[in-house]
Write a protein that binds this ligand. Sequence first.
Ligand code: GLU
Length: 468
Amino acid sequence: MRTRFAPSPTGYLHVGGARTALFCYLQARASGGVFILRIEDTDLQRSTPESVQAILDGMEWLGLDYDEGPIYQTHRFDRYAEVIRQLLEEGKAYHCYCSKERIEALREEQMKAGLKPRYDGHCRDGAEPVAGVKPVVRFRNPREGGVVFDDLVRGRISISNTELDDLVIARPDGSPTYNFTVVVDDVDMAVTQVIRGDDHINNTPRQINIYRALGAELPDFAHVPMILGDDGARLSKRHGAVGVMQYREDGYLPQALLNYLVRLGWSHGDQEVFSLKEMIDLFDIRDVNRKASAFNTEKLDWLNQHYMKNLPAKEVADHLSWYFEKAGIDPRQGPGLEDLVPVQADRVKTLREMTDQSRVFYEDLQEFDAGAAKKHLRPVAEEPLRVVGSRLAELDDWNPESLNETVRLAAEELEVGMGKIAQPLRVALTGTAISPSIDKTLWLTGRERSLARIRRALEYVMARAAAT
Ligand code: GLU
């Protein structure tokens, strides 16, 4: 099994592309085969180095490692020229001198007559060179018979050759065109399964005729349906983050995105969570649904939280450190990220949120949230804060169990419910009324920081009492 992912570097690696890449990867891995990355950069106007980089970055972040490549089509121009010469020599391609104007007029005429616009073969049987005109090269598509193939997703597809015209395989400057280079590459790279978006399905019969002209064996084809947005329209920039790296920015784990992508158009019973190993074992391109599938952000969020909670904390922490760095938070100034992750994973949907909500454990506390302070740092909070503050100061072991016990005993001593202590304490520690459970909040804030913050809150409460 040899598969390839062959993106054109004309934009980001978007979600649809990433899913195609994943499918190619899984097919290769399932059989111990080879997965190739080929960069289809022959469109010099539209291809950019930034977008090549975005593809490489996206593949790396997702962990879709390839065995061969990246192979750049622009490095293979000599090879394409060689095959074009060969086809010309064998009479399987020909020079066409038709002017743009002629082609345009032909097109209009056909449209008017209600026909599909197609080249009429004017130069097919020998054309006189026209002085000063650089010809294109056209593939001599057979006029008889047709093409039949069994798409692994879409089933049998057949088309008569009379529907196809002689497509241009080299432009006047000699540069080869997509339908030609893709076949030369897939033949040279011995690709056995061509998996791509179904926007290419109309190209496939033309490509099959080129395979035949080259005397090459046909691969299997699998055309996967497109992805729709939540609203049923084709997924586009309008739907927010469609570049894969934007998902990283937004705080998603690659495991979550991969799991999400594999389920877009494929299922295995009612299982939702798949490890990479399970995907490799269970996925089969033949089981992909032929209908378009719709993007569902809620489900992606659910998977992201699932992986934040269930992957080893160390692994999540490694990802999290990237967000800390971006946010300018120094993880050495607070609890270990591996301790932080299990506490916060339940409370947030993304690593970005986790970062935002954890800053308080690593940096000085700024202002108290006005509403939270007004409600919880009132004169009645003085005694609870004072008592819990001194009990905590006496504590040797700063761990969630002993912290929980200490707060509980302080509540008993004061003969109040836990909440009467926990809420002022929470505002003292985090500046807000929302944080993990009070023992975990104390634990993450750390001993020195907690005691200092309690003192500060006490001063605030006393100043407020004095002012009234
Ligand atoms: N380069 C083409 C694209 O990005 C894909 C070609 C193929 O997979 O055959 O749409």
